[in-house]
Design a protein around this ligand. Structure first.
Ligand code: M6R
Length: 614
């Protein structure tokens, strides 16, 4: 969703802002803009344009056309008001003295707009954000308060979520930042300060960052950053060093981030798993759950959205088998409204790549209110979900830029399996030999996954055969069903082909009526004990004229080839780990199909990487 970058220093701000916005493009946007403060002129220059960032950048000659050393930039993902030049950020106050960029939603903007309109303030845009610029100016123009106090008064009046960057023409050396329920990071440079929605925008400039807390306000200048808490008391936020490689957030010769990230999965798995498996034993040193707490556990609840939810679906099958405890999985957006049965004997496992998904965050808070302990599985260090959890297991996948998640899914799954082994050992619910066998296979996953990825030409061939289908079904049983959900989502989000996932046994209860000559069904049949059942379901599809692209394990390849039209095989592994290998062909299939359809793979229409609105 919206991305923010801010700079206060001695260099020309606009080129730095445009370069930073380039790093935030992956979050999803429909327009972009910058505001720069010129000390010489003591005025704000705002430039914005609907469309991709290069439209703005070309307009400003890469930033060279704008003079000033303090500024903010923004990529907008429309909520209030259609994508247009006028609705793009930054928004100016009526005198042009205050400029604001915003990520989040001001829920009471209607009421505030009416308040200001009644006092003669004209509005230029349809956005909720403009009220912030107008309200800051309203308090500031009063003349009795300074800028910081005007900002603070404005923040006390607004409801909703916000990450804000605010400039004032009277204070050409300052940039003000404020956050509540939307991520905002401060960056400490050499003779300069930065502001950004996420660290990828800062990596080229600094690795020393601090995460703003909810309610914080910060004043950035080239000399440094002053931070205040929600009571406007000075505070010092801990700085952390970000060790992500600069090129981790760059394409490095690949045509698309998604493909690069698919190929990075073996390495990401090594990072997530190897340090946590010592002498065949799981060692989750980042976790501290006491024996008495674990013995009192009655239920696990997994809460997440999108692909992270699909990881939870695999987790339900795996963890129930490993722990003999009930595991419920809920969509975060539903959890808070369904009156969930959660108490202090429930461990709520929150899964989120970004650590900023608003629905997931709201579910986390609801679970905490109900007394549960929160353990989160998160990729982005210092993210809001990580910081509000009792326990955090990081996935260490490195930055994931493509909107369609791949390596984050794989590492989330591996970390969930590690958690299962850890809990199974503590609860004594798995034989040692069984745990050892699974741990050994977890260690073997990266190498096996490399073998799967090496077979990508065969998947590309399948994509060339099916890329023009109008609708695709994914079917599977047990963990294959959980995997079908992810395969189907991957295809629809980047190729725009309608696709649905069904538990194989459910097909005959309705959806089979849609199968006709040439319909494509991707049949997942990796679960050895359910292979015969899978074959029966494939036969049902074929006898109605459907085409079947099947996923099976290597030992079943030949058998499957007798029935399915196309077969992709994955190496055999521990039954609970099959989705960790099976997901890669599905990612590649979606990728190649989207490529052949000429889709914008890394930035699919209407989607955002980090979903920070409800
Ligand atoms: O950052 P999160 O894991 O919380 O994001 C949740 C979903 O928005 C995300 O998994 C989404 O479904 C993916 N982009 C799908 O590829």
């Amino acid at each position: 969703m919206c991305g923010i970058i801010g700079y206060a220093g001695s260099e020309q701000a606009a080129p730095i802002l445009l370069e930073g916005l380039g790093k935030l493009e992956y979050r999803g946007y429909d327009s972009a803009g910058v505001a720069v403060c010129s000390r010489r002129e003591r005025r704000l220059r705002v430039h914005k344009a609907k469309g991709w960032l290069h439209v703005l950048s070309d307009m400003l000659d890469g930033g060279a056309a704008v003079e000033g050393c303090v500024g903010v930039g923004h990529t907008r993902w429309a909520t209030h008001g259609a994508p247009s030049d006028i609705n793009s950020h930054p928004h100016l106050s009526r005198s042009g003295k205050i400029a604001v960029v915003h990520n989040g939603i001001i829920e009471n903007y209607g009421e505030l707009k009416a308040f200001l309109t009644d006092r003669g303030v004209p509005f230029a845009s349809e956005t909720d954000t403009e009220v912030v610029a107008q309200l800051v100016e309203y308090f500031y123009e009063d003349g009795r308060v300074d800028l910081l106090e005007a900002v603070s008064r404005c923040l006390r009046r607004i409801e909703g979520a916000y990450a804000l960057g605010i400039l004032c023409a009277d204070r050409p050396e300052e940039l003000i930042a404020a956050r509540k329920d939307s991520p905002l990071i401060l960056g400490y440079g050499d003779g300069c300060s930065f502001l950004a929605s996420d660290v990828t925008a800062l990596l080229r400039h600094t690795r020393r960052v601090a995460y703003m807390d909810d309610g914080d306000v910060a004043v950035l200048t080239k000399e440094g950053i002053r931070c205040y808490d929600y009571l406007m008391q000075p505070v010092v936020r801990e700085t952390v060093y970000v060790d992500w490689a600069v090129d981790a957030a760059e394409k490095g010769g690949y045509e698309h981030f998604m493909f690069k990230e698919i190929m990075e999965q073996p390495e990401a798995l090594r990072r997530a798993v190897f340090p946590r498996l010592k002498d065949g034993r799981v060692r989750l040193e980042d976790l501290s759950l006491s024996g008495s707490y674990l013995r009192g556990l009655r239920k696990l609840y997994i809460v997440a959205c999108g692909s992270s939810y699909h990881v939870g679906m695999v987790g339900k099958y795996n963890l129930e088998r490993m722990l003999r405890l009930p595991v419920e999985v809920a969509l975060a957006s539903e959890f808070r409204y369904m009156d969930p049965i959660v108490d202090e004997n429930t461990l709520v496992v929150v899964i989120s790549q970004s650590g900023e998904t608003l629905d997931t965050m709201a579910a986390l808070r609801e679970a905490r209110r109900l007394g549960a302990k929160i353990l989160s599985i998160v990729n982005v260090m210092g993210s809001s979900i990580a910081r509000e959890s009792d326990q955090v297991l990081y996935t260490w996948a490195g930055p994931e830029i493509a909107v369609a998640t791949t390596k984050a899914y794989s590492t989330q799954l591996a970390v969930l399996d590690l958690l299962g082994l850890h809990l199974a050992e503590a609860l004594g619910t798995m034989e040692e030999a069984e745990r050892d066998a699974m741990a050994a296979e977890l260690l073997a996953l990266p190498e096996k996954l490399e073998r799967v990825l090496a077979e990508r030409d065969a998947i590309q061939y399948c994509a060339s055969e099916y890329f023009n289908r109008g609708s695709v079904f994914y079917i599977g049983r047990n963990v294959d069903y959980a995997l079908a959900l992810e395969g189907s989502l991957k295809l629809k989000e980047i190729s725009y082909i309608h696709s649905e996932a069904y538990a194989s046994g459910e097909l005959k209860h309705g959806a089979i009526s849609l199968i006709e000559e040439g319909s494509l069904v991707v049949a997942l049949a990796t679960c050895g004990r359910l292979f015969d059942k899978a074959m029966s379901n494939i036969a049902e599809v074929r006898s109605r004229g459907g085409r079947v692209l099947a996923l099976a394990t290597e030992d079943r390849r030949e058998e499957m080839a007798k029935t399915a039209d196309n077969v992709v095989a994955i190496p055999n592994t521990h039954p609970l780990l099959l989705p960790s290998l099976g997901v890669a062909p599905l990612q590649l299939f979606a990728y190649y199909v989207a490529l052949m359809r000429g889709c914008d793979i890394d930035k699919p229409r209407n989607l955002a990487k980090s979903v920070t609105v409800e």
